[in-house]
Design a protein around this ligand. Sequence first.
Ligand code: SF4
Length: 209
Amino acid sequence: MSPDLYARLMMGAGGGDPFDRHLFACAVALALSEPDVPLTTGLGLSSESLAALVGRFFSHAPALLVGLTRTGREGEPLAPEEPDLRALLLEHRSRGRLEEEWLAHIVARRSLGTNHLWQDLGLTGRADLSGLMRRHFLGLAELNHSDMKWKKFFYRELCQREGVVVCKSPNCEICTDAAVCFGAEEGAPLLSQTRHCSTSAPILQDKIM
Ligand code: SF4
């Protein structure tokens, strides 16, 4: 993966844990590649939270915040399940850090995308997402001991809480949906395909560093 925005975000003198920094840089770089979508909307964060995130991890890149003005819709979910998924994640946070609040918002928002979740988070591979879950939401990572696809796992958990049965079988081993629920979630990282997608990205690249 070598998109310029990701590289520039990682090269600066920002702080925070290096793996967390990588996670946030991936999500920020991919969200910035989406034309006409404010970064707050792309990440599901308030402008205050985004400012705090940039201050902690990418203090060399304040341009990320330029042009962001609070709108009446800021903070509103884009789908009914988004707040529930955010709450599920926060219920299982591992460290009680602010980073986990930001990640819960980002994961819940990006889970509304149409690709594998690791792709829509801009990550390098599925292993990054498993690492994110183990580091910050260990309880959920342990619940998903059979390594179900993360989106499937999240929505099955939410449905079970509502008493909704989504499984076709009481047992995964004999279920005809096993291939849908489990599998390698293969694909190319979306970040490697975004170099020329955004009109704003080149301008930001000039401003960052
Ligand atoms: S494989 Fe079948 S039983 Fe297992 S989680 Fe998927 S739908 Fe449910």
